[in-house]
Design a binder for this molecule. Structure first.
Ligand code: PEP
Ligand code: MG
Length: 898
């Protein structure tokens, strides 16, 4: 097999279609070569080798690729006219990971690999800059020590051993900045660094470039299984089997002096989606300097620079003198970069995220990939590219990641509340949104408060998990392409970066702004859209969902086969969902209707009475409430089907459990407290989820079913009299045998006939069932003969198929996920190979006797994109989900059908 793919000088063995094999980064490096973009030569070791490495170990992997790697290194040497470890003309390379999708911060890069005591002389000679050579060398030893030799401190409070050595030397020398180190200082640092390596690892620092290279390659493969990478995969549902590729590439230097630079750019705005080329760069800097947030990066375009200055409150004079744009400092290279970014976007037909380096006046591209973006940017870019004629409608839809739409549906700051809010500081609008929460200073403490704001000088890949938990992120340092900014945009998390006025003391856990202290736990608010930081809590309001969002929704409806309904129990939820595009209600749970005010009393009276007459009397009190509720909901969903489910939970959930309330109830009903207590203990069950609930209640107490059916039919007739088109669909829960269904359907239908007669008018209505017990799916042909429709209750169906209690699974599911026994929580993502088979069987058996049988789903899975796709595949007519997931389900339904 071929395990190594080379690229360079306009040629490449790989291309963009080979991401699974050579990773996203490798595929794009190859592709850039093929379309004539200048890329330093190099090679990619395939993801298959990662699998060999993890399964068979280091030696097996090395022996599989040794020869190919040697040949590939020779090619780099050839193309760059250098030699590994040479004292005159050494070949230096970078080593980077590259999975098939980008995983930010999975493994830090190793730069300058190949340096040793001889090679450093070569670099000094070649560059004519001895200090530069030694600075590169000390950076290399440090990076290699941290990343490959595992010297990076475990705990966030511990300082990096190499940083400590540098601090000591600064103190000895009475200097403050890294840039003040002399060449001799740097030489001393290399010696001390190597001593530290020997002391900590018990082995001397490897001087042989080949040993260095194999060490770095192994470290990349190891990083695939590190905690951060595992967490990131879990967050995104990426399987461990993918593995990572390794990219080895000739070094180019952005830190060779004033004619060198390095930067990061986006072909469009990753926060808002605007079609504006933008990015940041630093003159005389190396790769990570721009994203690490240690120096304030400068804007690439003049326009961007001016915008930045305004936000950062920097005068035009200072901007021009200290933070000029690349457009101003290196106009020719800026022009070249402009052309390349255009070429790349037109080639990939998507927003690109680029890394480039200028070495002594020559521009090199180090990376291109489709850029991470916020939900808002995702929508705008897809719609803009469609309207610009770059992509077609289907492609535009495929650019929409349904779950990311969630970000757009959430509240923004209330405009009037903003007027009176106190601004504490201003940073960069790194990732839009509104966040209010309590300050925490460490990522692993983000869950300390329900709403936390992570406040950091800068963030690093270790902080990923905490960033995800926090409501928002505030950093004192770093630009629009800092780690915090990029990661936050990817997560759709509100982030303000580089708020220079914010001073943070991790030791005392205090943030100071303009002399005022803010402690851990204090409330602040962030506006990620403007970069403002506010004191305390700021009120929020609903976002505007017209414009591009509306266009995406319309496009979805054009391509979707299934319709989307909502699960709603109140007229208000129904309205919200209808505004989000719901076409009907797939599940109206009626139980909540029994809880408010006087209703719960009547309900309890019904439960406690031991005669049919007593129950009917109590139910008669409930009837008007129910009817009124249904009128509200039917009206809100006028013209669409509304599936009302009959009472489902066990009665025990409705009785009082506190002595005082029990006493009150006893007095009201004129019975003894003991009688009340004994009835309540009668209702107690060992396993209520498999107990007296669902249609079993209606079978024991037919008067409940009759009352609910009457309330539904009367409500619909009342509306009809007012000219409102109500379309009730009455649904029986927890059916396992056709006889259960028939029993309930008979009560419903005869009640409806009675009401029609009383009112002298009729309406159309349906009587159907939930399919949520495995036996119902297995006997769906029998049930379909009697039922007008099916709705899969995949919450209970999952519970009963897997035998996992919905209420107790939280105790062991995390272990199952951790150990890989389950890939996903089956209560969130439909278990397609198990529960899904029952769903498919239910549909097929049902339609085998009733070809046009209407079938939907109303379990939680109805709003989860991969489950929605499955539902489309098994020919459901609709999915039903909570109001806020309706837009997500609409797009998912369209994507499923494209
Ligand atoms: C279900 O079981 O999937 C369902 C929708 O009903 P509930 O969640 O109310 O049990
Ligand atoms: Mg259920």
């Amino acid at each position: 097999a071929k395990y190594v793919y080379t690229f360079g000088n306009g040629k490449a063995e790989g291309n963009v279609s080979m991401k699974n094999l050579i990773g996203g980064k490798g595929a794009n490096l190859a592709e850039m070569n093929l379309i004539g973009v200048p890329v330093p030569p190099g090679f990619t070791i395939t993801t298959e080798v990662c699998t060999i490495y993890t399964q068979q170990g280091h030696d097996a992997a090395v022996s599989a690729i040794k020869k190919e790697v040697e040949e590939a290194v020779a090619l780099i040497e050839d193309l760059t006219n250098t030699k590994f470890g040479d004292k005159d003309n050494p070949c230096l390379v970078s080593v980077r990971s590259g999975a098939r999708v980008s995983m930010p911060g999975m493994m830090d890069t190793v730069l300058n690999l190949g340096l040793n005591d001889l090679a450093v002389q070569g670099i000094a000679k070649k560059s004519g800059n001895e200090r530069f050579a030694w600075d590169s060398y000390r950076r290399f030893v440090q990076m290699y020590g941290d990343v490959v030799l595992g010297m990076k401190p475990e705990s966030k409070e511990d300082i990096d051993p190499f940083e400590a050595i540098m601090e000591d030397l600064k103190e000895e020398k009475g200097i403050e900045l890294d840039t003040q180190f002399t060449t001799e200082d740097l030489k001393l640092l290399v010696i001390r660094f190597k001593e530290a390596v020997l002391k900590v690892t018990g082995r001397s620092f490897p001087d042989d470039p080949w040993e260095q290279l194999w060490g770095a390659v192994s470290a990349v493969f190891d990083s695939w299984m590190n905690e951060r990478a595992i967490y990131y995969r879990k967050l995104n549902n990426f399987p461990a089997e993918w593995g990572t590729a390794v990219n080895v590439q000739a070094m180019v230097y952005g830190n060779m002096g004033e004619t060198s630079a390095t930067g990061v750019a986006f072909t469009r705005d990753a926060a808002t989606g605007e079609d504006i080329f933008n990015g940041e760069y630093l003159i005389n800097a190396q790769g990570e300097d721009v994203v690490a947030g240690t120096r304030t990066p400068q804007q690439i375009t003049l326009e961007g620079s001016k915008r930045w200055a305004e936000l950062a409150e920097v005068s035009e004079e200072v901007r021009k003198a200290e933070f000029p744009s690349l457009e101003e400092t290196m106009p020719r290279l800026y022009q070249e970069l402009m052309e390349i970014q255009e070429k790349l976007e037109n080639h990939y037909k998507d927003m690109q995220d680029l890394e480039f380096t200028i070495q002594d006046g020559k521009l090199w591209l180090l990376q291109t990939r489709s850029g991470k973006r916020t939900g808002a940017a995702m929508v705008k870019i897809a719609v803009d590219m469609l309207e610009q004629g770059m992509i077609d409608e289907k492609t535009a839809l495929m650019r929409i990641e349904p779950n990311k739409l969630d970000e757009l549906l959430h509240p923004v700051f209330d405009t009037t509340a903003l007027e009176s809010a106190k601004i504490l500081a201003k940073g960069l609008p790194a990732s839009p949104g509104a966040a209010t929460g309590q300050i925490v200073f460490f990522a692993d403490e983000a869950s300390k408060y329900e709403n936390s704001i992570l406040v950091r000088i800068e963030t690093s890949p270790e902080d990923l998990e905490g960033m995800n938990i926090a409501r928002g992120i505030l950093t004192a340092r770093g630009g629009m392409t800092s780690h915090a900014a990029v990661v936050a945009r990817g997560m759709g998390k509100c982030c303000v970066s580089g708020a220079g006025a914010v001073k943070i003391n991790y030791k005392t856990r205090v943030m100071t702004i303009d002399g005022k202290d803010y402690q851990e736990g204090d409330w602040i608010s962030l506006n990620g859209t403007t970069g403002q930081v506010f004191d305390g809590k700021v009120k929020t309001m609903n976002p505007d969902l017209g414009g591009d969002f509306g266009k995406v929704m319309n496009l979805s409806d054009k391509f979707a086969r299934m319709t989307v309904r909502t699960n709603a129990d109140t007229p208000n939820d129904a309205k919200v969902a209808r505004d989000f595009g719901a076409q009907g209600i797939g599940l109206c749970r009626t139980e909540h209707m029994f809880f408010e005010g006087a209703r719960i009393k009547a309900m309890r009276e019904m439960i406690l009475s031991s005669t049919v007459e007593g129950r009917e009397k109590a139910l008669a009190k409930l009837l008007p409430y129910q009817r009124e509720d249904f009128e509200g909901i039917f009206e809100a969903m006028e013209g669409y089907g509304v599936t009302v489910r009959l009472l489902d939970p066990p009665l025990h959930e409705f009785v009082p459990h506190q002595q005082a309330t029990q006493k009150e109830l006893a007095e009201e009903m004129g019975i003894s407290l003991d009688a009340v207590k004994s009835k309540i203990s009668d209702l107690e069950e060992f396993n209520p989820m498999l107990g007296h609930r669902g249609c079993r209640l209606g079978i024991t107490y037919p008067e409940i079913t009759a009352m609910q059916a009457r309330a539904i039919i009367e409500a619909a007739l009342n509306l009809k009299a007012k000219g409102v088109d109500a379309r009730p669909e009455i649904m029986v829960p927890l059916v396992g045998t056709v006889a259960e269904f028939k029993n309930q359907a008979d009560i419903i239908r005869s009640t409806a006939e009675k009401v029609f007669e009383e009112k002298g008018d009729r309406i159309d209505y349906l009587v159907g069932t939930m399919i949520e017990i495995p036996r119902a799916a297995l006997t769906a042909d029998h049930i379909a003969a009697e039922a007008d429709f099916f709705s899969f209750g995949t919450n209970d169906l999952t519970q009963m198929t897997l035998g996992y209690s919905r209420d107790d699974a939280g105790k062991f599911l995390p272990d199952y996920l951790e150990k890989g026994i389950l890939k996903q929580d089956p209560f969130q993502v439909l278990d397609q190979n198990g529960v899904g088979i029952l769903v498919q069987m239910g549909v097929e058996k049902g339609r085998s006797v009733k070809e046009k049988l209407k079938v939907g789903i109303c379990g939680e899975h109805g709003g989860e994109p991969s489950s929605v796709e499955f539902c489309d595949g098994v020919n459901l007519d609709y999915v039903s989900c909570s109001p806020y997931r309706v837009p997500i389900a609409r797009v998912a339904a369209a994507l499923a059908n494209i």
